[in-house]
Design a protein around this ligand. Structure first.
Ligand SMILES: Cc1cc2nc3c(=O)[nH]c(=O)nc-3n(C[C@H](O)[C@H](O)[C@H](O)COP(=O)(O)O)c2cc1C
Length: 168
């Protein structure tokens, strides 16, 4: 098992709930879990595999707790590590900015040297634009607790299955 950490931000609990389901699916004994607000960011260096989650707030913005992490994150060399991303957003009300924060976070981590796994198909979503879309796929798991809550568990199960080879 690769040394794996799951790190998320959450303002109203949806991303925290998704993090819990992802942890259950991976196996809680096999990972460490942190709300990014409680993580010393340099501890990311201790892990091989980073599972990173964020909601999008404002109009396509990251939560402050992620922004606060950037000064330290931007100094880290994460070369050789893998990262998988998951994002929460509302594709109907915020369809011009759906999951933008996941795309922004992805770019920030890629700039530190991670290689990304766990891309996710963009069919079965309605949106007009997203910074989390690259070449027709999301950079990570796309969740929508506001409009597609009933799909969350199944999406998580399939996504964890797709990243499983990088966890073992
Ligand atoms: C004021 C407000 C702004 C939001 N802005 C966006 C947005 O720009 N893009 C998006 O995809 N979702 C947006 N959302 C939806 C949230 O990301 C969504 O409800 C998410 O599940 C919240 O996650 P959390 O409970 O972990 O904070 C917004 C929601 C609110 C209430």
């Amino acid at each position: 098992m690769k040394k794996t950490v799951l790190v998320w931000a959450s303002q109203t609990g949806n991303t925290a709930d998704a993090a819990g389901l992802i942890a259950d699916e991976i196996g809680r004994d096999d990972i460490d879990m942190f709300d990014v607000a409680n993580l010393t960011i340099t501890r990311l260096l201790d892990y091989d595999m980073l599972v990173i989650g964020t909601p999008t707030w404002g109009l396509g913005e990251l939560p402050d707790v992620w922004l606060n992490a950037f000064p330290v994150l931007d100094e880290l060399d994460l070369t050789g590590k893998r990262a998988a991303f998951f994002g929460l957003g509302d594709q109907l009300v915020y369809g011009e900015w759906y999951l933008d924060a996941m795309g922004i976070l992805h770019d920030r981590f890629v700039a530190r040297g991670v290689s990304v796994v766990g891309h996710w198909p963009n069919d079965s979503y309605e949106l007009s634009a997203s910074k989390a879309l690259r070449e027709g796929a999301f950079v990570g798991l796309a969740l929508d607790a506001d409009n597609q809550h009933h799909l969350t568990k199944d999406r998580i199960r399939k996504w964890v299955c797709s990243i499983r080879p990088f966890l073992d």
